[in-house]
Ligand binder design. Structure first.
Ligand code: LLP
Length: 416
């Protein structure tokens, strides 16, 4: 693998002709996932954590193409729902490579996970609440059990994705031993501890990361149960702006190892974003250009139903124009087709003066992009193309029938 390769793929490095050809062939809006880049990201991370088990947090991109590429590269899968668990199994992950992380799981999720665990005892189920332990016991669960600890420290790119502090996740560290005992009394096979502090950890948040791992390490040293692994979560950040530095993986690995001194268990990490973010771009076409009181608005065919992160978290995604002629640069806001004023992909970006028909590429769209797409405004979700040996349509563009299929109604646009 490409462990020594550059640790960030900038949006400027994508080949404009290739992207234009993909948009011409498959239409827009279009997600493009480069599997070679996914593999390179995995190799780099695995190289920095040579003794660790790497689980891919499926929620970042559950596409079968991504799951298969990472399975083939040697990763496992961390699944947050029955649906993700089903998709991981379908993509060929063995149960022993899968952790199901239950977060106040709906009954049908738990029913399915317990059934999978009964059929495939190698599955690991992670729970972060006494109630979940009791609900597992009520279903006769007797499989591999991991306890999610509430680390009391949060981190990440914004408050809204911080899961470590005052959030709903995990059992307080000082109650962990007791809950582990309860789990063992129920006949669960206690194999691990887990914590996840937040998503998008950067170089200046390594103290927080180390504190989370230390909290887990304290619980691990205290427990009488024979732990197989300590799972320190995901959250490895990637640069979204050209000015941001990539995460210093060697430093993260060192701080993690230091915090785990004298803990006799395998280190497990479960990154989502790091593995897939810069492997994906979103292509969108400008269909409307407006000049309103001095600012330029480019209306595109992708918006918050395609990529919700800017609207939801105020996240920055790089945007590049693929128009090939030399135009003056203007400050442009790129907006989508949804009837919401938060339907913005990027504000005040220096871009070549936009024209109708221009293609725009939105970078770092491989993580939490298509996964968080919605049908709001009765808008079909976009297509996805995977790049490997060549481009392959791995998810067709939805139609109106996909939007309405659960409703007893017209599934096509009625004749006018
Ligand atoms: N493990 C657990 C238990 C998690 O809750 C998460 C993310 C991960 C692993 C992976 O985190 P990552 O390595 O991708 O940062 N939709 C938000 C991110 C929410 C992440 C929630 N949990 C976003 O677009 O930024």
């Amino acid at each position: 693998g490409d462990t020594a390769g550059p640790s960030v793929r900038r949006l400027s490095e994508w080949n404009a002709d290739d992207l234009r050809a993909l948009a011409a062939e498959y239409g827009t809006p279009l997600y493009v996932d480069d599997l070679e880049r996914v593999r390179a990201n995995h190799a780099r991370l695995a190289g920095a954590f040579p003794d660790a088990e790497v689980l891919f947090a499926v929620k970042a991109n559950a596409g079968r193409h991504v799951l298969r590429a990472l399975r083939d590269a040697g990763a496992g899968a961390e699944c947050a729902s029955a649906g993700e668990l089903a998709r991981a199994l379908d993509a060929g992950f063995a149960a022993g490579e899968i952790h199901y992380t239950a977060v106040n799981p709906p009954a049908e999720d738990l029913d399915y996970a317990v059934d999978v665990a009964a059929a495939h005892p190698a599955l690991t189920v992670t729970a972060g609440a006494r109630d979940t332990v009791e609900r597992l016991a009520e279903r006769g669960f007797a499989g591999r059990f991991c306890l999610r600890v509430h680390p009391g420290v949060g981190a990440g790119h914004s408050e809204s994705v911080s899961t470590g502090k005052d959030a709903k996740f995990g059992v307080p560290a000082d109650e962990a031993s007791e809950v582990l005992n309860t789990a063992a009394d129920h006949g669960f096979d206690v194999v691990g501890l887990h914590a996840h502090a937040g998503s998008g950890i950067t170089n200046d948040q390594l103290d927080d990361h180390e504190r989370v791992v230390s909290t887990l390490a304290d619980v691990a040293r205290e427990t009488t149960h024979n732990l197989e692994f300590v799972d320190v979560g995901g959250g490895f950040g990637v640069p979204y702006r050209e000015s941001e530095d990539p995460l210093d993986l060697a430093a993260v690995a060192e701080r993690t190892r230091d915090a785990l001194t004298d803990v006799d268990a395998t280190l497990t990490i479960e990154p989502g974003r790091y593995l897939v973010a810069d492997a994906g771009v979103l292509l969108t076409e400008v269909n409307t250009v407006k000049r309103v009181s001095g600012s330029v608005i480019a209306g595109a065919d992708a918006g918050m139903t395609t990529l919700v992160r800017p609207a939801m978290y105020g996240s920055y995604h790089p945007i590049r124009s693929l128009a090939d002629d030399d135009r003056a640069t203007e400050e442009v806001s790129v907006v989508g087709p949804v009837c919401e004023s938060t339907d913005v992909l990027g504000e005040a970006r220096a871009l070549p003066a936009p024209e109708r028909g221009d293609l725009l590429a939105v970078g770092n769209a491989g993580a939490y992009g298509v996964e968080m797409a919605s049908n709001y405004n009765s808008r079909p979700r976009p297509a996805v193309v995977a790049l490997d040996d060549g481009p392959e349509l791995v998810r067709r563009r939805e139609t109106l029938a996909d939007v309405t299929h659960a409703e007893d109604t017209a599934h096509t646009y009625p004749d006018p």
